[in-house]
Design a protein around this ligand. Structure first.
Ligand SMILES: *Cc1c(COP(=O)(O)O)cnc(C)c1O
Length: 476
């Protein structure tokens, strides 16, 4: 199994090689040369598997035996997906399920993806990535220094996945005093020696600009082995494919049944994994893309025009992890839509990379054939959905999941199970939940009082030179 770039002009690489890299040299994103196919017999065999066996069955078809031998892969998976790591379950759920479902009504479910250490779905993939990184680096005797920027969820998921790993250091930039108190405490209370929290006097985009400036300095990047774990990483996407299978089996009895998934979306990483699961043969009817007020994806799925907006035109909302106006994984879907034509993808992104847009409305019917529909939400709808879900079903959901559920209900068809992906637990977004319900959401016991723990972080002016000096000092 080899991996190719969506822009068609990079050499084919192995899974391990794409794991540690970021963008392909031609600016594209990596995808497998072809998707493995799971037929009816495979699905029947997979139906009753636990999460680990399911993960192994899927991943072993995407990773060559001479790249990561089956026994090693199994050990990595068994260490990652345990009830210990994904133990922040709701009442009545079993942590052994890793991604348990909650039934709200007939044919309406939540898929709990946020029971991991940072209470957001990013732990599902990032924990696997941490263990894969450790394995691959150990084999080659290399080290890596992950440099990233976060507005909250990605940074903490990366830190909890990489903490204590010998060959990995994490330098995470976040906007000083701009994250929620809970998010700040989650990250800054980590005392691990390999974790460096850097609070930048500026906004998220300043942090991202600093990361970009370092990435563009090829000499520095090579000398200090700078790596990334951002949302375009193939390892993250592939790990997310697994829970679509798990969710499908949880709400169906046989493989003739189809299921809809509704996915709160920003960078298109999560729902891209749903698309890939469908391409591999999982009987998915619809993939419902839900956005918040930053509705660039909703606009595309309605009109066929993809028009990313600049950071100045990105709204700050009460579902902040979806405040994204350029969906970095979207290119992977377009590559499949264009029948893997890298030259055409390159043509479209020549415009996007220069701040432009593209219009492929003539392909909208084909987009529907891939199952995609969409909708958007806003603050009022979010509050209303949180209240209604609590009142009708006695279930408290977070603001992102509320956007997913709101849009899901607009596309719900009788007789087809609709599975809404729960991308964070409500405890993570306390202020918005208090506004909706007048009450502080339940918080896992072990995270109570986390804001009072001692914090370790460095404050820095927003200038790429500062982070370079900092990395140099830490490593030399
Ligand atoms: C990251 C995130 C999203 C968006 O996921 P994408 O893969 O970027 O589309 C949605 N909800 C929460 C809580 C997140 O942390």
């Amino acid at each position: 199994m080899k991996y190719l770039s969506t822009r068609g002009h990079s050499p084919a690489l192995s899974f391990s090689q794409v794991l540690l890299g970021g963008l392909a040299p031609d600016g594209g994103l990596y995808l497998p040369e072809k998707y493995p196919q799971f037929d009816a017999a495979d699905l029947t065999a997979m139906r009753d598997m636990n999460y680990r066996d399911l993960a192994f069955t899927i991943l072993s078809r995407l990773i060559a035996e001479n790249d990561i031998p089956a026994d090693d892969l199994r050990a990595i998976i068994n260490k990652t997906y345990t009830a210990d790591v994904y133990g922040f379950t709701r009442k009545g759920q079993s942590a052994e399920d890793i991604t348990p479902t909650v039934k709200l009504a007939d044919d309406l479910y939540l898929l709990s993806l946020s029971n991991g250490p940072t209470l957001a779905f990013k732990d599902m993939a990032m924990q696997l990535l941490g263990n894969l990184f450790e394995y691959v680096l150990d084999k080659t005797g290399e080290t890596t220094n992950i440099l990233g920027a976060t507005s909250g969820d990605t940074g903490s998921a990366a830190e909890y996945a990489m903490r204590g790993k010998k060959a990995v250091r994490v330098f995470m930039l976040s906007p000083y005093e701009k994250m929620s108190r809970f998010q700040t405490a989650q990250m800054f209370s980590l005392q691990d020696e390999n974790i460096y929290n850097i609070a930048v006097k500026g906004v998220f985009d300043d942090c991202q600009d600093m990361v970009k400036a370092v990435s563009n300095d090829a000499a520095f990047k090579a000398k200090y082995k700078i790596g990334a774990v951002n949302s375009i990483n193939w390892g993250r996407i592939v790990a997310q494919v697994i829970y679509y299978f798990k969710g499908y089996f949880a709400v169906t009895q046989h493989n003739e049944q189809k299921v809809d998934f509704a996915v709160p979306s920003g960078n298109f990483g999560n729902v891209c994994a749903g698309h890939i699961a469908r391409m591999m043969g999982l009987p998915i009817e619809k993939l419902v893309v839900a956005t918040n007020e930053n509705d660039v994806l909703d606009e595309f799925f309605k009109t066929g025009v993809y028009r990313p907006r600049g950071s100045a035109n990105t709204y700050h909302t009460s579902s902040p992890s979806m405040d994204i106006s350029k969906a970095s994984n979207f290119e992977r879907f377009i590559y499949d839509l264009l029948d893997q034509n890298g030259d055409k993808v390159r043509e479209l992104w020549t415009s996007v990379d220069h701040g432009g847009a593209f219009d492929i409305q003539h392909l909208l019917k084909k987009v529907r054939d891939f199952g995609f529909v969409s909708g958007s939400s806003n603050h009022q709808a979010r509050m209303q959905t949180i209240r209604a879900t609590n009142a009708q079903y006695g279930v408290v959901i977070d603001t992102h999941t509320a956007d997913g559920l709101k849009v899901a209900l607009e596309h719900k068809e009788k007789g087809i199970p609709m599975v809404v992906l729960e991308t964070a637990l409500p405890a993570k977004f306390e202020d918005a939940l208090v506004e909706a319900l007048g009450d502080v959401p339940p918080r896992p016991e072990s995270l109570k009082g986390i804001e009072a723990l001692p914090q370790k972080f460095t404050v820095m002016e927003a200038d790429a030179k500062n982070i370079k000096d900092f990395i140099q000092q830490a490593l030399d």
